[in-house]
Ligand binder design. Structure first.
Ligand SMILES: [Zn+2]
Length: 220
């Protein structure tokens, strides 16, 4: 960490301990789900990263952001989600809850996909949809109330922005064809929100083991 880092060492150590515990629980459960994984447990790094988190298969590293690393326009999004008159603490809480429960488990889903050669030819949409499906199944089993709250937050995001898919195109095709541009645009969160509400509504819902072992065939 550089001397000018905006990361508070005490808060960062506490976040890292919490994320490490969650990662270890996920990895242990994933490995006991019945399929082997050729990769080691991923390393966690708290750093400024686009869309608040990513998994890098080349270095087997899961990078995740922190409130103090966000730019003002990124923070604005969480102030909006926290509701009218939200103060910094309220917006920070919304960020922590979304990032350190949803984003981290979604990225662990990508780690799991990297373990499994069968997922390598999946489309961008299927890859993202399945990571969200794994995250939903994980929280459905571990903290269904949290899943409901997170889904409500994503529904709020979805309803607050227009559907960016042009008429006559399917959601999935549009996402796949425009993936590179979308991944760096403000629309990306809309697609993630749409996928989260779809996976949360899956009926019957897959178990965590099912979500890990079988890709979704119910695509939109
Ligand atoms: Zn993803």
């Amino acid at each position: 960490m550089s001397p000018n880092s905006p990361l508070d060492p005490v808060a960062t150590a506490a976040t890292k301990a919490k994320l490490t515990e969650l990662r270890d629980a996920f990895v242990q459960q994933a490995k006991s789900a019945g399929a082997g994984c050729s990769l080691d447990t991923p390393r966690i790094e708290i750093t400024d990263v686009p869309s608040f988190g990513n998994y890098d298969p080349a270095s087997n590293t899961l990078r995740i952001s922190a409130w103090s690393l966000l730019k003002a326009d990124q923070k604005k999004f969480f102030f909006h989600l926290a509701g009218p008159d939200a103060d910094d603490e309220a917006a920070h809480r919304v960020f922590d809850r979304g990032t350190y429960s949803w984003v981290i488990v979604h990225e662990l889903g990508h780690w799991w996909q990297a373990c499994n050669a069968s997922t390598q030819n999946n489309s961008h949409y299927q890859h993202e949809y399945d990571a969200n499906r794994i995250a939903a199944a994980y929280w459905r089993e571990h903290n269904p109330t949290l899943l409901q709250e997170l889904t409500a937050g994503f529904t709020h995001i979805l309803n607050g922005a227009p559907n960016p898919v042009p008429p006559g195109q399917t959601l999935e095709d549009y996402f796949n064809v425009n993936y590179e541009a979308l991944a760096h645009s403000a629309h990306y969160v809309w697609f993630q929100a749409r996928m989260v509400t779809d996976v949360s509504a899956e009926d019957p819902p897959p178990t965590f083991a099912d979500a890990l072992l079988h890709s979704s065939t119910k695509m939109k």
